[in-house]
Ligand binder design. Sequence first.
Ligand SMILES: [Zn+2]
Ligand SMILES: [Zn+2]
Length: 424
Amino acid sequence: MAAKGIKCVKGVRDIFPPEIDIWKFIENIWEETFSLYGFKEIRVPIFEYTNLFQRGIGESTDIVEKEMYTFTDKSGNSITLRPEGTASVVRAYVEHNLNKESPFNKFYYIGPMFRYERPQKGRYRQFYQIGVEVFDDNSPEIEVETLEMVNFALKKLGFSKYELNVNSIGCPECRPNFIKILKEKLNENKEKLCDDCKRRIDTNPLRVLDCKKESCKTVINEMPKITEYLCEDCKKHHLRLLKLLKGRKINYVENPLLVRGLDYYVRTTFEVVVENLGAQNAILGGGRYDGLVKELGGPDISGFGFALGLDRMVIALNENIKNSFQKNPDFYLAYFGENVIDYSFSILEKFREKGISVYTNFKGRSFKSHLRLANRLNSKFVILIGEDEVKNNKIIVKNMKEGTQREIKFDDLNSFLDEISKEN
Ligand SMILES: [Zn+2]
Ligand SMILES: [Zn+2]
């Protein structure tokens, strides 16, 4: 007997048809796009040793401080369900010396991530990301090509209203100076900040710029802009990026508050935001992380990438597109009478061999209850098979909308099916 009242864990969920079709539609478009741009899939484990994320994301980030699903396994190892994808991909790249043959690599991944956050619309504790990583290309050109790819896929998905935000967060040369000045200014306004931000002034002051609380926002707007403190090389990189984006007619908004707050991120950061998601309006974000491969024990090789939230993308996707997925098979096979099942199976097989989907139901239904179910499933056509049809090697196809029906001899079935395939 099944245990009563077992529910799924708070903050996670099941995904059913027809919504799952939207997920697959989105995944397919991204995968097709990735392949056009030379990205190859990589599959990394869902859990890793905890210290990978501590080092790869940073001890003082919200993710590592508060949001990870960490447990001790039976051998006493500290294990964490991955809260994001980049650290694992970089770990794999370093561990398997993928730079040996050619350091230049372009990967993409798709899969679930886990964070213990307060659940809200578009935010789940098991959520799904699609991401890409490019190794060994530190040019603004690869960033522009990647952003162009983002545009390409978003347009194919049917997104029309979205905004690309870009920023530069400098490098280990110039950022410390900015952080020093930022800290001073934040301390002058400390009383106006929320408790989290008061703490962040010392642990991760860049992260204050990210705070969404209204009281903090007024302080943040008065803060110096990081792009005004870039060193010569960072400035050159940033200006070239903006120039190339303009040249490619990729619309963007400069957003000096867009920081990733992670130690190994340098220079370019970006985000795509859409309107109809409330506070959770970012659907995609990324940046350059040139220090990460080295930090995780590899050679000094640059990295650049982004990740998008599939859960949010499904919500944000245009309603019209959603509706076009809610489709059942056009055909329903209704059989009744004695010794008709073998013949019915062979008819079903014929349809499927021709790539035409068809439903049936085996619960010993009467003619009437078959038709009722076909109606409920919105079938356009019902294939009728009774003893007479089996004896005379034929089927009857009833058009549910027009109420007409047509008799088709088994020998003519192939040409009938070809005709339907062409129509669809
Ligand atoms: Zn710099
Ligand atoms: Zn705050």
